[in-house]
Structure formats: structure tokens, C-alpha cells
Design a protein around this ligand. Structure first.
Ligand code: AHR
Length: 497
């Protein structure tokens, strides 16, 4: 047993919690679209082929916007293949995932699905095999109301009103040699700049994200961001960050400290942005779009390069309680940086490294990681507060000493929420929250289990759920709660939404 304290004050404001922090990501990859969100003939499918059981779970997850259509997929994708009469659409080789792309779902269908789940579209352009010209064509097709060939083609294809896509990704991970059309930072920085400038000639108010490094372990990390921004600083609004974590060789202590790495990653990119801003003597502000983040075990269903299947089982990770707790810690890291992380996308959404799983013709269920995401999306509102945390140090092999507890709070009028992670593998934390002056009910829910490896599976889809933590007491304005080892908890003050 150990003690930790979080001191809060409403003036300790970090920044507004944007709804866009709770974005998802849907890529044409494995069974994400075909056999995931889209399965004509499934008992719950509507006439449009979209599974309504999945729609219900995505709504419950609380996804505000969705990045689409990739990922690695977008770097070899021709958007025109996915519009027009479905029967006329081509089947194509998808080189990124060694699959056949049938193009039954494209921009129109996906936008209809977004209406069902109540989320906005964040659209990716192909800057791998294609360039500025095709990005402009897509923008014209998507956003120009009428009176041009491409806008009128969209109307003829059944969509009278423009899609009016606000946020765009200028390519994907173009620093990576696995990426079709990979580029040097100079090449990409120049391409992103001219593409962004031309896109703004059509619509000046677009929000544009340039690719940052595909992960912070890239040898070019830092130099890539600096070089891209030296070119594109005046034309883009965001630089992207991508990060995936996993438990290696049973080292749960390091894994549960992944948020420390994410904190450092975010702060390094912010410093790089500010360096370029200083050199340019610019007043312009660039923020982070953390448009891919999750837990990912890369040995699950890797690509079979001997065949070209449609919708194979790829990247179908099954997540444990420990994974869910670590993911809750990553959400805490994002909230602690709400001043600079203005959009983020859990990668991905259904079947592919996903919080939601489906079985063909069968049920859909929530993975363990579903719960901290859904609760944070529902309860983290208003402004993020960074408290003063007093917690003992915990030794980790990867990150050295880290605080045994991590926490962040959000404040929204007379409601507040505190999100907290107990990283200890064996010890309960007595955690005191001071300074919130709570009125109304105080409740706590979280993820922990006697078996940290427990999972939700097709055979046992409800083995793990959000649990109520009743070991909570109030004394004046202080609240104290017992946090089990390896746990993620959300404590709400003043009632829940
Ligand atoms: O999310 C899976 C893949 O991870 C994406 O396609 C790619 O952008 C990243 O490397």
C-alpha cells in the first residue's frame, strides 16, 4: 500500500478538451470495413449493408470524428475507384495490405455510415503514388457545391450537398520505407506545401495536417518535423504524431509507463514546432494531430504475401485488462496536453487493433480497451486541469523511475472528473484528491481485475467490464479512494452525463 495526492485548482487550466480528441480511424484493412462495419446479409444489417449492432457500439464508444480511408492504404489508393455506381467499381490490388479492394464502400457510403454513428469525416489524400492534382480533384468533388464537372459528378452520384470535409490529412507516414511513395523530408515538405496552398485556393478555411514522423523511433524523428515545417509552416495547421505501444516480454511495469513516453513525444514535437516558429519569427500557431495511437501487438495476423484475399483477418489483437489500463494512461497523457493536442484518433475502430470486434454472421462485442476510451470520451468535458501530483517513484526497465500514479482532471461548470492510473503491479494506492470542492455525488468507475490477462472474447464477450469502485470517502473538500494495483479509474464529481 502507498499514498499519492493530487492537488487541483480550477485555475490550473491546461486547455479546452476538444471533442476531436476522441476520434477514431477506419482504414480499408483486413476485416475493418468488409466483415466489420459492412456486412450485407448480417441479421443486424440495414439495406445499406451496415451492421447496426456495430453502429450502436461505435455510438456508445463516443467517437467524434473518423480518419479515413488510411493509413498505409491511402498511399496507393485512387479515390475515384470508390465513387459512382457500385456495380461499375473496379476491384484493385491493395499493395499496402496485400489484399483485393472491392471498392463496394467508398466516400459516399462511408459518409452515410458516419451519419449513422454521428461522427465527422477527417479525410486522407494520397500523396504517395499521387500528388497535388488528385488532392485538388478530391477536394473539388467533396466540397464544391455545384457547377463544376467534379461537383456535378458527386451530385449525379447521389449526393446533392457537398460533404464539406473540414479536416484533411496530407498523406500518411511518408517518412517510412514501407510506405508506397515514401519521400525524404525535403520532398514531402515541398509537396505538402504546394498541395496545401492549392487546396486553400479552393477553400481557405480547411484544416490541414502534415505528416510528422511515423513514430518517434524513426532515425529521422525531429529532423523530419523540423524540415517539413520549415517548408509548410505557413500552410498547415497541424503536424501529425503516431504512436503504438505494447507489453514486451512480460514487462508490465514499462508498458504501464507508456504515457511517460507519450508525454515526452508530444513535448518534443511541440518544442520542434516552437523552434521553427522562432526561426520564422511567426505568429502562426501549429498544433498536434495525434492521428494514430493505440496498443498494437505486431505479431497478430501478419500479412500473407502468397495470396490476394478480400478482407483477410489482419491485425486482430485481443486486448487484456493490462492493455486497457495502459490505454487509459495514454488518454491521460493526451488530456494533459490538451493545449497542443487538438485532434487524436484511436487507431483503429473495428476488428483491426480495435476496441470493437465482430464475428461474420455473429455478434459484435467490446474489447477491454473499449471501456476507458468510452468513459473518457463521455466524461472528459470542458477544460483539462493539470494538478500537482505527489506520488512515489516506481522503477521501470525502459523509462527509469516514473511516478507510480498518473492523473489529470477535467472541469465543466459544476461537474468535474479525475482520471487516474495506478501503475503499481502489486500495491494498492490510497489516492487523495484535494481542491476540487465537490458538490453533489462523487462516484468512481474503473478497470482492474484479479487476472490482469483477462480478455473479452467471442466465447466470453463480457468477461471484463467497467467496475464501480466503492472504496471512496469524502472529508470536507478532500476525496480519498483506494486504487487497486494495475488499475485505471475515473472519479466523477457533481454527477455523470
Ligand atoms: O494502423 C495500422 C497502420 O499503422 C496504418 O495503416 C499506418 O499508418 C501505421 O503504420
Amino acid at each position: 500500500m502507498f499514498s499519492a495526492t493530487l492537488q487541483l485548482h480550477p485555475a490550473f487550466t491546461v486547455g479546452t478538451v476538444e471533442r476531436r480528441l476522441f476520434g477514431g480511424f477506419v482504414e480499408h484493412l483486413g476485416r475493418h470495413i468488409y466483415g466489420g462495419i459492412y456486412e450485407p446479409g448480417h441479421p443486424t444489417a440495414g439495406p445499406d449493408g451496415f451492421r447496426r449492432d456495430v453502429v450502436g457500439l461505435v455510438r456508445e464508444l463516443g467517437i467524434a470524428h473518423v480518419r479515413y480511408p488510411g493509413g498505409n492504404f491511402v498511399s496507393g489508393h485512387d479515390w475515384e475507384d470508390g465513387v459512382g455506381p457500385v456495380d461499375d467499381r473496379p476491384r484493385r490490388l491493395d499493395l499496402a495490405w496485400h489484399s483485393i479492394e472491392p471498392n463496394e464502400v467508398g466516400l459516399h457510403e462511408f459518409s452515410d455510415w458516419l451519419d449513422l454513428v454521428g461522427a465527422d469525416l477527417m479525410l486522407g489524400t494520397n500523396l504517395g503514388t499521387r500528388g497535388t492534382r488528385e488532392a485538388l480533384h478530391l477536394l473539388e468533388y467533396a466540397n464544391v457545391p455545384d457547377g463544376t464537372a467534379r461537383a456535378d459528378a458527386r451530385r449525379k452520384n447521389g449526393r446533392e450537398e457537398p460533404f464539406d470535409v473540414r479536416m484533411w490529412c496530407l498523406g500518411n507516414e511518408l517518412d517510412g520505407d514501407w510506405q508506397i511513395g515514401a519521400k525524404t523530408a525535403e520532398e514531402y515538405g515541398r509537396l505538402a506545401t504546394v498541395t496545401a496552398r492549392a487546396m486553400r485556393a479552393i477553400d481557405a478555411d480547411l484544416e490541414l495536417a502534415a505528416c510528422g514522423s511515423s513514430w518517434r523511433g524513426m532515425p529521422t524523428f525531429g529532423v523530419w518535423e523540423r524540415t517539413v515545417l520549415e517548408h509548410a509552416y505557413d500552410q498547415v495547421d497541424y503536424i501529425s504524431c503516431h504512436a503504438y505501444y505494447h507489453e514486451e516480454d512480460g514487462d508490465a511495469a514499462s508498458f504501464l509507463a507508456s504515457g511517460v513516453d507519450m508525454d515526452d513525444f508530444i513535448e518534443s514535437v511541440v518544442h520542434t514546432i516552437e523552434h521553427v516558429r522562432a526561426v520564422k519569427n511567426s505568429k502562426r500557431r501549429i498544433d498536434l494531430s495525434f492521428d494514430e495511437w493505440n496498443i498494437w501487438y505486431q505479431d497478430a495476423n501478419e500479412i500473407d504475401t502468397t495470396s490476394w484475399p478480400v478482407a483477410p483477418r489482419l491485425l486482430e489483437n485481443q486486448y487484456s485488462v493490462t492493455d486497457a489500463v495502459a490505454l487509459g494512461g495514454l488518454l491521460i497523457s493526451l488530456l494533459k496536453h490538451a493545449d497542443r493536442v487538438k485532434a487524436a484518433n484511436l487507431a483503429q475502430l473495428v476488428n483491426v487493433i480495435a476496441p470493437i470486434m465482430t464475428e461474420p454472421g455473429g455478434p459484435a462485442w467490446r474489447q477491454t480497451t473499449f471501456f476507458p476510451f468510452a468513459a473518457t470520451s463521455r466524461l472528459a468535458r470542458g477544460t483539462a486541469l493539470r494538478g500537482v501530483l505527489d506520488a512515489p517513484a516506481l522503477g521501470t526497465a525502459k523509462f527509469g523511475d516514473v511516478p507510480a500514479v498518473d492523473a489529470v482532471a477535467t472541469l465543466d461548470g459544476d461537474r468535474a472528473a479525475v482520471f487516474v492510473l495506478n501503475r503499481s503491479l502489486a500495491e494498492t494506492a490510497t489516492f487523495a484528491i484535494e481542491g476540487l470542492d465537490p458538490t453533489g455525488p462523487v462516484r468512481a468507475h474503473g478497470i482492474w481485475d484479479e487476472d490482469r490477462h483477462a480478455k473479452n472474447t467471442l466465447a466470453e464477450p463480457e468477461r471484463v467490464r467497467l467496475r464501480e469502485n466503492t472504496a471512496i470517502t469524502r472529508a470536507g473538500s478532500a476525496v480519498t479512494i483506494e486504487l487497486p494495483p494495475i488499475s485505471w479509474t475515473c472519479i466523477t464529481f457533481g454527477g455523470e452525463r
